[in-house]
Write a protein that binds this ligand. Sequence first.
Ligand SMILES: O=C(O)CCC(=O)C(=O)O
Length: 300
Amino acid sequence: MTMGTQSDRLIDEQVQRFHRDGFLNAGMVLSEAEVLELGDALAAVIAKGPDGFAGVEPHPVLFHDMAATRDGEGNVVSENPNYQIVNIWQCAEPFRRLLWHPLVIRAISQLTGFTDLQIWHDQVQYKPAKTGGSTPWHQDAPLWPSIEPMTPVSAWIPLDNADVDNGCMWMVPGSHLWGNQMEFLGSAAAYLKTRDAFANLPAFTPPADAPIQSVTAQPCPVKRGEVHFHHSLTWHGSPFNQSDRPRQAVAIHYMTSEAIFTGRDHVMRQFIDLQVGQRMLDAGAYFPVVCRENEPVTVA
Ligand SMILES: O=C(O)CCC(=O)C(=O)O
């Protein structure tokens, strides 16, 4: 693991860079064998497809092509599929074990400053070779209205080398300190057709007191098995896969112990049986606790 000079912790310079930019590539956290095991598990889920899970069989919470639309006759059309699989951990053991990765959890604890951490949900995004579609510019936290405050940090681990050709994520440094800008980012959706257009965000003026004042879309190549962290308000997205290689990656979205339930909707809302205002730490088994009092919990 190349997280810092110490083997299992980020160094101060990495933590500072994360706070400045809102994202950080912290280096390798998986062995080649682990990458292959996760890849096989993902291939098995993809081979079943969104409709391939029998009624009582463990299945992901959501499995769909984010880019699919319907034609005039109601047929599903998707020239540029981008498959999203939410909570693959519920049906694939290697992904379940990954939630408890101690190095990743220690880093999330350092980056958030919280000693107790919990899983919100995971999600795979799979862009097939040559055709894989884009993920529009967005911020995560506004898409998660069931929980507050908007402070979580995510770990993103590709299972294929992710680069500008096959649709690595792009981030805007400093944008995590510009507030909720989803309305503006929605207007940027038309800028997704090509990589150059993706990089060319419309004009935006950051808040005057924000440390970073320039709006720069930066590609973030990440090697398979490395971890890339991003704050839940960092502007990010990923363009088309223009290569002859697939682009598969899993994001794990973590909550800190300050997360409370708002009552608002999200695909994970169905698993929350709490009163509004109660802490998510009491939400139960679908939201595993992975760090207690600064120590990663061992795999459940
Ligand atoms: O995998 C991608 O390209 C996008 C993932 C993403 O938006 C996220 O992890 O928040």
